[in-house]
Design a protein around this ligand. Structure first.
Ligand code: FEO
Ligand code: CA
Ligand code: CA
Ligand code: CA
Length: 628
């Protein structure tokens, strides 16, 4: 597809459609935001200037191109402010963990200080901590290794290693440092006070013993990727929330509840929290799981701000939120549901943003319409509205009101006949053309293809791109941007190869950064050996040219990237270094709480070390723009 210009394809589709449905005016308007390839090349002739690096085969380091520097900046356990230091034997208490970086860094975003400035030398870094490595979090292991040593305190430590970190960062004499103490620094955890707003707030299905009003909840879980609103708040996305709740399948309950829990795959917990915290036991607190799976907004500039779960955006395994502002200043929020055969959604606000910053504009996210995508043949697609009372979202089909539709967005999307995708991960919007890129990471279970998911099975993943006349449009045009994998897998990569795309960011110059998440069960061996350790690449969206920019340490996933306004500093997150690659297990290497660094000892490489997820600071040695 890359040899054909996307513009031409879109123009062809739109002109054919326009004759049928629209007038000439609509046709001309639609051409406006779509002149991508030529515009980008004219504006950014030197989009990529660095020399690509090779794949890393089980190398336990971060590698960047010649002329670039990568420094470890903020590791699991580092204090957010002037808090407790990290104990390398993982003996920090639950209370200490609440003042230190959480585990499994994911999405990250830089906010300039002062607020609403474009200062590149002082700001806030806000990032997610998605989940835990149970071999690494405690000195003597978690509930699976040492059930007899599992305590309420270990549960709270695990809860406190989840959530969000906010640190203040500053460049002094050319050196970046974390400001300690900082009045901005904070941690959100699985126990932080939060509110619920939007159409589902106060719904019967959100009420619990501790919260009979259904409007206040403790904490956020499995914070995967993020979004930034035009008014300057941070959006953190709750992804695999189902891994935290259990129930006894033998316990009697109504068929409706059973069906709903099954649709969200509830029932198995990776953790053992229910042993000491009854809200994770659905037999005791059946609605608690309905209070997770949302997009959570908070104001990073106000250390007292209370995060708000915005139910209008729907409940599913949210990967991230990408935002586009419509011509009339309404806001479109794109979000993928990362599970096999799940959907891509778009929320459009009812009201327009008035263009001024300030957290109070968050109320915009409480009223609007949630849509789900149907990808049709010939590069055309439709956004289907999830509105109670319409298109079969009625009591006869199990929907009682709009809150119910949002709490069970997956079931509502099933009802509408949306397109089942190959695990939608990050979505990003081109700042100039408005094109939307989405990564579909893989789907080993796909046996039937559809136009937007053309492989069976899809082992290596692909990227789609789509565009609309306006962010509020209910139709779109789309194409497969690139099929990942090796040449022998039919990949269409123009340059350095990769598999299982996940993190995406288009920077201010229009360069697309792609991060990969090959599973540790597959990495570094067999068909996947050629891709090496997980990595980050830069892609020219106009030509598809792809160059490898960074490779991560053993067992890690590379996820989360942010660039400050002058484009001269980038931060990248390295998640779960030392997650045991199966290829090492086959060599007889055993990882355990007693030998946590069996696969990786990054970043500290100390004799008593343990792998620690970390933020890496990337600069160009000549002080230039990243990517050139
Ligand atoms: Fe948290 Fe879908 O990755
Ligand atoms: Ca991801
Ligand atoms: Ca992934
Ligand atoms: Ca991963």
């Amino acid at each position: 597809m890359l040899e054909n210009s996307f513009d031409n394809l879109i123009q062809k589709q739109l002109s054919r459609r326009s004759v049928l449905q629209f007038g000439l005016g609509a046709m001309l308007a639609s051409a406006m935001p779509l002149s991508s390839a030529a515009t980008i090349l004219q504006l950014h002739p030197q989009l990529m200037g660095f020399k690509a690096i090779s794949v890393a085969d089980l190398l336990d380091e971060v590698v960047v191109p010649e002329g670039y520097r990568a420094e470890v900046f903020y590791r699991w356990g580092d204090p957010v402010s002037d808090g407790p230091v990290f104990n390398m034997d993982a003996s920090n208490s639950a209370a200490e963990q609440a003042l230190q970086a959480g585990m499994h860094h994911d999405a990250i975003h830089f906010y300039s200080l002062p607020a609403d400035s474009a200062n590149s030398d002082h700001g806030l870094l806000v990032m997610n901590h998605e989940y835990l490595d149970l071999d690494v979090i405690h000195t003597d292991g978690s509930h699976t290794h040492a059930p007899e040593t599992y305590t309420a305190d270990k549960v709270v430590k695990e809860q406190n290693a989840h959530g969000v970190s906010l640190i203040e960062v500053k460049r002094d004499n050319g050196q970046w440092q974390i400001v300690r103490p900082s009045k901005y620094a904070r941690r959100l955890t699985a126990n932080s006070e939060m509110q619920i707003s939007g159409p589902a707030a106060g719904h019967d299905l959100l009420k619990t013993h501790a919260d009979p009003e259904g409007k206040n909840v403790l904490g956020t879980l499995n914070n995967c990727a993020n979004g930034k609103t035009p008014w300057g708040t941070y959006l953190t996305c709750e992804e695999n929330f189902h891994y935290y709740f259990v129930f006894d399948p033998k316990h009697p309950r109504d068929a409706e509840t059973e069906r709903r829990w099954k649709r969200y795959k509830l029932g198995f917990s990776y953790y053992g929290w229910q042993q000491f915290d009854s809200r994770f036991d659905l037999d005791k607190e059946p609605n608690e799981a309905n209070r997770f799976g949302w997009v959570v907004e908070f104001d990073p500039y106000d250390p007292q701000s209370i995060p708000v779960k915005r139910t209008a955006l729907g409940r599913f395994a949210h990967e991230n939120v990408a935002i586009k502002v419509a011509a009339d200043n309404r806001i479109a929020c794109y979000s993928g549901d990362d599970a096999r055969f799940e959907y891509i959604y778009k929320f459009v606000t009812r009201d327009s943003w008035d263009g001024t910053p300030g957290a109070h504009h968050g109320k915009l996210l409480d009223e609007g319409v949630l849509f789900v995508a149907r990808f049709d043949d010939e590069g055309i697609g439709v956004w289907l509205p999830l509105i109670y009372g319409q298109n079969g979202l009625i009591p006869e089909n199990g929907f009682s009101d709009q809150g119910d539709v949002l709490i069970h967005a997956r079931a509502a999307a099933d009802q509408l006949g949306a397109t089942k995708m190959d695990r939608p991960e990050w979505i990003t919007v081109h700042p100039e053309t408005g094109e939307v890129f989405v990564s579909l990471t893989n789907n080993s279970e796909r046996s039937e293809t559809n136009p937007a998911n053309p492989r069976q099975p899809n082992l290596y993943g692909h990227l789609l791109r789509f565009n609309e006349v306006d962010a509020t449009s209910t139709e779109f045009t789309w194409e497969v941007f690139v099929l990942a994998g090796g040449e022998e897998h039919g990949a269409t990569i123009n340059g350095d190869i990769f598999a299982n795309p996940d993190g995406l960011m288009i920077d201010q110059r229009g360069l697309l950064w792609v991060q990969t998440d090959i599973s540790s069960s597959k990495m570094n061996e067999g068909e996947f050996a050629q891709f090496g350790n997980n990595q980050m690449l830069a892609v020219n969206p106009a030509t598809g040219e792809t160059r490898r920019f960074l490779t991560g340490p053993v067992g890690c996933e590379v996820t989360g990237v942010t660039i400050k306004p002058d484009m001269k500093t980038m931060w990248v997150n390295i998640q779960h270094p030392g997650e045991m690659p199966a290829v090492l297990e086959k060599r007889g290497i055993v990882k355990s709480p007693q030998n946590p660094s069996a696969a990786s000892n990054w970043p500290d490489h100390l004799p008593n070390g343990r792998p620690r997820s970390a933020t890496v600071l990337i600069t160009k040695e000549d002080g230039g723009v990243i990517g050139t």
